[in-house]
Design a protein around this ligand. Structure first.
Ligand SMILES: Nc1ncnc2c1ncn2[C@@H]1O[C@H](COP(=O)(O)OP(=O)(O)OP(=O)(O)O)[C@@H](O)[C@H]1O
Ligand SMILES: [Mg+2]
Length: 285
């Protein structure tokens, strides 16, 4: 079940004074089961890009394929597509609308044709996965904190058991512990159920820790697309477009300049630790 974009462009307000070319000739393919990160400066087109993955936005030109089928061909069911490709918006409050949390999370599975009972079971499992306490199930989603809303929004998509999970800045508004809990759970689902995950994030640390491939967007274009080590090796170019490598990369470069045989390609704290211990002659511990 791969997702593929071929020469996709998207223009907001074409032909007006507000015309914005948000995507310019973007081609990419995401094979089933991949964990992909999307990074880019604000306004680079990340949200516009990912809304093409489940047919929420229609390309101005170019083609989107899911499982080799053009999703904009006549007769194609976008509804079915959206039950396979779940998207959690950048602003979760846009996605919550039922009177209580449990009903909100049931909405997706019920829409997929599941019975009330099955939907409830899916909803409970999903809410457990995102770590929302049971005492909130009957609350109005609007009374929740930003972080809790985010968990409910993610649960609403997980409850549909999608093959592809797209998350637009899922950890914004969460404290570090909440952030790790949610991302660890998503990484677990990725491993156990082989779902594809597309993670849009401003956190290079999160990206370095979880993803196996990074797509860098810049002014509507795909600038880099590769494994994290390779992409972060371009850290000077990333800085030029307002991004950075993970902090640990800078530390490793600084250590190397000071004469330690540090591995400058280390992008996680774990890798850095091992490399430093090795350089100090203490081996891996
Ligand atoms: N509804 C809209 N109408 C007009 N222009 C828009 C609209 N949404 C986004 N844009 C413009 O399209 C470009 C890409 O925006 P997009 O939201 O996709 O970027 P982004 O990378 O997700 O940014 P951020 O990191 O701030 O979320 C920007 O220039 C933005 O101003
Ligand atoms: Mg965005």
């Amino acid at each position: 079940m791969s997702l593929k974009l071929e020469h996709v462009t998207y223009t907001y307000n074409p032909g007006t004074a507000y015309e914005t070319h948000a995507l310019k000739d973007v081609s990419l393919e995401i094979p089933q089961g991949q964990f992909v990160g999307v990074i880019g400066h604000t306004g680079s087109g990340k949200s516009t890009l990912i809304q093409h993955f489940n047919g929420l936005m229609r390309p101005t030109s170019g083609t989107v394929f899911y499982d080799e089928e053009d999703i904009w061909q006549e007769g194609y069911s976008l509804r079915r597509l959206r039950s396979h490709v779940g998207l959690v918006f950048q602003y979760p409050e846009h996605q919550l609308f039922e009177a209580d949390v449990l009903s909100d999370v049931c909405f997706g599975p019920k829409n997929q044709g599941l019975s009330q009972e099955e939907a409830l079971e899916r909803a409970r499992t999903a809410l457990m996965q995102v770590g929302l306490k049971e005492k909130y199930y009957a609350s109005s989603p609007f009374e929740l904190s930003g972080g809790q809303k985010r968990r409910v929004a993610i649960a609403g998509v997980l409850a549909m058991e999608p093959d592809v999970l797209i998350l637009d800045e899922p950890t914004a508004g969460l404290d570090p512990k909440g952030r790790d809990e949610i991302l660890d759970q998503i990484a677990y689902l990725h491993q156990e159920r082989k779902i594809s995950v597309v993670l849009v994030s401003h956190s290079m640390e999160d990206i370095a820790r979880y993803v196996e491939r990074i797509i860098v967007m810049n002014q509507g274009e795909k600038l880099f697309d590769g494994v994290p080590k390779e992409v972060f090796s371009h850290y000077k170019e990333l800085e030029a477009i307002g991004l950075a490598a993970p902090q640990i990369t800078y530390i490793m470069h600084a250590l190397k300049e000071k004469g330690l045989e540090a591995d400058i390609s280390a992008i996680t704290v774990e890798e850095a630790r091992n490399s430093i211990l090795k350089a100090l002659g203490r081996g891996e511990k």
